[in-house]
Design a protein. Structure first.
Length: 302
């Protein structure tokens, strides 16, 4: 027999489906009515929950290849995370953001639209990372606060140049609307048919310089970078506001939190963009994991 909590979850999800079937126009109206806030608050720092992995077919967490397969479960975790003090916003694709919007979870939150999800995980065309989700025009029209691009640079893959060109156009388009362009750059390689991001300090530094030069202006460009060795030297490569990504940590979460805490003290770091590490912590306690990240990001200013 289905337990009461699961029945409640499914009922809420069915409600979203009913709205989508009978009142799809309600989504556009809800975007226009959504209460907004400044992107950067008084302390100048941001904690953003990332949830755009699934649109690229990346459903795994710590070896479980389908950990993020349940939309009901993912939405429940996202709503929990967004309800915690110190969480400034969320980064995702239209499907998830629209569900959260209809659930009322995006009020007074920073909302970043993920733009290129065409480089499906494991695909032969993974580096030709087409822009298949938000456009700068849609982000502006819906009242989102910015757009995010994944910009993997593989010197051995011809598709990389199309991704660079499209990223530059996205940066330019977002800047024309006065909106944040968040670039997540990597130097990458293909090995045994799979892509691998190079996370040594020199490779990250090179990716920073390439990303910073994309678009007709960098006035609205932010970077989303991994926590790597020699981070002081890595971050000396830019003056752009930078958010650190959480990735899919494999070890002890306490080590991850310690690394975040140390990195957050380095200029120009302004906060964290974390998804799986907060939404799927090893002990399952989303609220506790989010609260630790919020304390590390905002400290006494929460």
């Amino acid at each position: 027999m289905m337990d009461a909590a699961r029945l409640t979850e499914l009922t809420e999800l069915t409600g979203l489906t009913e709205i989508r079937a009978r009142e799809p126009e309600r989504i556009a109206r809800s975007w226009q009515k959504r209460a907004r806030r400044p992107v950067v608050g008084a302390d100048g720092r941001l904690l953003v929950v990332a949830a755009d992995h699934t649109a690229r077919g990346a459903l795994g967490v710590r070896g479980d290849g389908l950990a993020m397969a349940s939309r009901t479960d993912l939405l429940d975790r996202l709503v929990t995370a967004l309800s915690r003090p110190g969480v400034d916003g969320v980064l995702s694709t239209p499907d998830l953001l629209e569900d959260l919007l209809l659930m009322g979870a995006l009020e007074n939150k920073v909302v970043i639209g993920s733009m290129n999800r065409g480089g499906l995980q494991g695909a032969a065309f993974e580096f030709d990372d087409r822009f298949t989700a938000y456009t700068p025009q849609a982000i502006a029209a819906h009242g989102l606060d910015g757009g995010k691009t994944l910009t993997r640079i593989c010197l051995g893959e011809a598709g990389t140049v199309a991704t660079l060109e499209a990223t530059a156009a996205a940066v330019t388009g977002l800047a024309e609307h006065g909106l944040m362009a968040m670039i997540e750059p990597f130097l990458s390689v293909r090995e045994d048919g799979r892509s691998r991001n190079l996370l040594d300090p020199d490779s990250v530094i090179r990716s920073i310089h390439i990303a910073a030069g994309l678009g007709v202006t960098s006035a609205y460009t932010w970077l989303k970078l991994p926590v790597v060795d020699e981070l002081d030297r890595v971050l000396d490569a830019t003056t752009l506001p930078t958010l650190l990504l959480g990735g899919d940590p494999q070890g002890d979460p306490r080590d991850t939190y310690a690394a975040w805490g140390a990195a957050l003290r380095i200029p120009p770091v302004r906060g964290l963009v974390v998804g799986r590490a907060l939404l799927y912590p090893p002990d399952g306690d989303v609220a506790a994991a989010v609260d630790i990240a919020a304390e590390l990001t905002h400290g006494s200013s929460r």
